[in-house]
Design a protein around this ligand. Structure first.
Ligand code: GUN
Length: 304
């Protein structure tokens, strides 16, 4: 039986460890403060941001959510970021991605002060990551590393295969694994014989955003499989394909008219992996935990 890596439980551990640090800051000066900026109406982004703000509040941190209309210009967004840069009580600024297409995302990421960049997306902080120097790290890849560490999964010397090469997950994930002494392969849509490359993996990281794309032929028996994908399925035939060996997925589809699935086939991974992250309840909670950790860290640095 494959071991299920419970992201929710590990999230709770991390949040518990943050509480005394938050209390110390609150007693000495003020609680850490996070500003979350959401542009437009992307339903998934709305849920993510609401969840981030809610977690902040539960931890006794200050948080505010700024919602801007879909038609916001780059200049308007930059002006708001500058205001947060100047605010003494704001330690972290996050701009939820993706942004509407008229906005120049690179200018936006460059505008956030690196010391308030709790997402680790600013080019300075990306450079620090490449150099393995201290700086806020992108939350999802950092969460995966924390999950591996706290689950006792050995990374040093392992063959790690990362499927997906995004700036937010794939690239920083590969760097973190490399710094932890894994042998790292990055795959993408142009990789030749993707199943064969994936089958080399002791640790397989799925982060390409294609529902249940990694099926049995991609998974080496006994591999550890980390699923970063989160996709909402509304098509019945697709739900039935996904539910092969994972009947709870079809039951959820029948009940709600849609079902969440990762980039890995849930039935196949349960059968083949030695350990894997479920979707939902795997990597997602870790992303939030690392955002909280980054915000506390930034506050401690700023408040001395
Ligand atoms: N979109 C998907 N993941 C993330 C994340 O970790 N941070 C932000 N800001 N946007 C995202």
């Amino acid at each position: 039986m494959a071991r299920i890596l419970d992201g929710k439980a590990i999230q709770q551990q991390i949040l518990e460890e943050l509480k005394p640090r938050i209390a110390r800051l609150a007693a000495a000066r003020r609680p850490p403060g996070l500003a979350a900026v959401l542009v437009g109406e992307n339903p998934a982004s709305q849920i993510y941001v609401a969840s981030k703000v809610k977690t902040c509040r539960e931890l006794g941190m200050h948080s505010e959510e700024l919602r801007l209309p879909e038609a916001t210009t780059t200049e308007e967004l930059l002006e708001r970021i500058e205001q947060y840069n100047e605010r003494e009580d704001i330690d972290g600024i996050l701009v939820q991605m993706p942004l509407p297409k008229q906005i120049d995302s690179r200018r936006v990421l460059l505008a956030i002060r690196p010391e308030k960049d709790v997402d680790g997306f600013h080019p300075f902080n990306v450079g620090q990551l490449v150099a393995n120097a201290p700086a806020p790290r992108a939350c999802t890849p950092a969460g995966v590393m924390e999950l591996l560490r706290r689950s006792g999964i050995e990374v040093a010397g392992a063959e790690a295969v990362v499927v997906g090469r995004s700036d937010i997950v794939g690239k920083p994930m590969a760097l973190l694994l490399m710094h932890a002494h894994a042998t790292v392969t990055i795959c993408h849509s142009r990789t030749r014989d993707l199943p064969a490359v994936c089958r080399r993996a002791d640790i397989l990281i799925a982060a390409m955003g294609r529902p249940a794309f990694l099926t049995a032929e991609f998974i080496r028996p006994g591999a550890v499989v980390i699923d970063v994908g989160i996709n909402r399925i509304t098509d019945r035939a697709e739900a039935e394909r996904i539910a092969r060996g994972a009947p709870a997925k079809l039951a959820a589809f029948e009940k709600n008219g849609s079902v969440l699935v990762g980039d890995v086939h849930p039935g196949d991974v349960a059968e083949l992996a030695s350990a894997y992250t479920p979707v939902p309840g795997g990597v997602g909670p870790l992303t939030i935990a690392m955002l909280m950790a980054n915000t506390v860290e930034c506050a401690e640095k700023r408040l001395g």
